[in-house]
Design a protein. Structure first.
Length: 425
């Protein structure tokens, strides 16, 4: 079992493996990155126009939940508030919330209900940063970071009042929506002109969180070394199982389809279905989870680029979910062949060879001989014939006869990533 410093229940999490991140807020309207307020140093009175025009008339979270479930996702994490400070729910602690926009209602609750109805677990993202709150001290990431009157403005700000607000809002989120499975707090940047545990009153916050929802899984961005349940590498794939102090830990990679988390109209670096499926496989092959992000539009929809990718992933998951759910890294004595990834289900003792590069005729698995009882393609359960030895070079795993040779069809099967299911002896 991987290590964790938290107290939450990770058993479902390391089984389910695949979730949907949703970044939705006022930044869907400028549609050019969720950091737009900071990147373009937009003052409150100008950013205000997005609040006045936020009218997601096509918002139907049933459709979101359907798209996530069909893609094979088992949980979702939604931005209840992002750095801009805007809240999707009807918080009693602020006016800066969806009910006061043309949307005219709480937008969080219907999403929670819809995803729950589909059997997905519920996660809340909540931004520790807040570029709207009057007591959040201006720091290096704030839109007003180079304001000429910054020092004077900061003298009027009392960060502890903001911390109180933050704690109050987290309390609302953990008391008004029933069971919450994940709390995803974002983020700390301690040091000069940054913010960390003292600014958030992190320790006190964690105590409250654990008290309100003891099973909850808490991410690792509170600037506390030992209060998290899982690590969260972002937009960069780890080369091996994520470790802390040399120990493999529970971890979740988060990735966007393109470069932005919020809806970005003109951003064009969208990953293909094949790349996304490979990302999911690669993550599970290293013992991790994948949280894949959608940025809905200002009308309240997933755009075509997201929907087509989700559908493509779902098509693959329908036939290959068995190599993802309940799976983890392969036992160390199974060496990954070139162009492949291995996952393993310890409960069924099945080993999955995900073939990223389809070879001509044969796939050689050094060290596997004698360990496999039966082999088949996962997409159609067609037998893959096996033999040992011949033609295989002697290697570090043993002599000629220790190599298992899989005899593959010449034509690549109909799957973005074909998978061979090996039933171990
Ligand atoms: C970052 C970004 C943010 C995004 C998050 C997701 O910390 O600030 O925009 O929400 O990562 O991991």
């Amino acid at each position: 079992m991987p290590a964790t410093f938290g107290h939450g229940d990770t058993s479902w999490f390391v089984h389910d493996r695949f979730g949907m991140f949703i970044h939705w807020g006022l930044y869907a309207l400028p549609a050019r990155h969720e950091w737009v307020k900071q990147m373009e140093r937009i003052p409150d009175e100008v950013y205000e126009r997005y609040f006045r025009h936020f009218d997601p008339d096509l918002y139907d979270p049933e459709l979101w939940a359907e798209a996530a479930a069909n893609a094979g996702m088992k949980y979702f994490v939604i931005t209840t508030k992002h750095h801009e400070g805007f809240c999707l729910w009807d918080s009693r602690l602020t006016d800066y919330k969806a009910p006061n926009t043309p949307a005219g209602r709480d937008l969080l609750r219907p999403a929670v209900d819809a995803f729950r109805r589909r059997g997905l677990r519920v996660g809340f993202y909540y931004s520790l940063l807040d570029w709207h709150h009057p007591h959040f001290k201006i720091d290096r990431f704030h839109p007003l970071w180079n304001h000429p009157d910054r020092d004077r403005l900061n003298r009027e700000r009392d960060q502890s009042k903001y911390a109180e607000y933050l704690h109050g809002q987290v309390r609302e989120l953990l008391t008004q929506f029933g069971r919450v499975d994940i709390l995803w707090l974002d983020f700390s940047y301690p040091g000069p002109d940054g913010k960390g545990r003292d600014d958030w009153k992190s320790e006190e916050l964690v105590r409250m969180i654990r008290e309100l929802q003891p099973h909850i899984l808490l991410n690792d961005r509170l600037d506390l070394p030992e209060a998290w349940d899982f690590k969260t590498p972002e937009q960069s794939q780890p080369q091996e199982w994520v470790k802390v102090d040399g120990q493999p830990v529970v971890w979740e990679a988060c990735w966007t389809f393109s470069g932005s988390w919020g809806y970005h109209r003109d951003e064009d670096t969208w990953k293909s279905v094949e790349q996304l499926v490979q990302l999911l496989i690669d993550t599970v092959s290293k013992g991790g989870n994948l949280l894949l992000n959608v940025g809905p539009t200002g009308r309240g929809e997933f755009d075509e680029r997201a929907l087509s990718r989700l559908a493509g992933i779902g098509e693959w998951m329908k036939h290959h979910g068995r190599s993802i759910y309940g799976c983890t890294a392969a036992p160390q004595d199974f060496q990954t062949p070139p162009g492949c990834r291995l996952t393993y289900n310890p409960a069924t003792r099945c080993l999955y060879v995900h073939v990223f590069v389809w070879p001509v005729g044969e796939l050689h698995l050094p060290g596997f001989a004698g360990k496999v009882e039966y082999a088949q393609l996962l997409n159609d359960a067609s037998e893959i014939k096996m033999s040992t030895g011949s033609g295989a070079p002697a290697g570090p795993q043993g002599g000629e006869n220790s190599t298992l040779i899989l005899h593959l069809p010449i034509r690549k099967p109909q799957a973005v990533v074909p998978v061979i299911e090996l039933f171990l002896k």
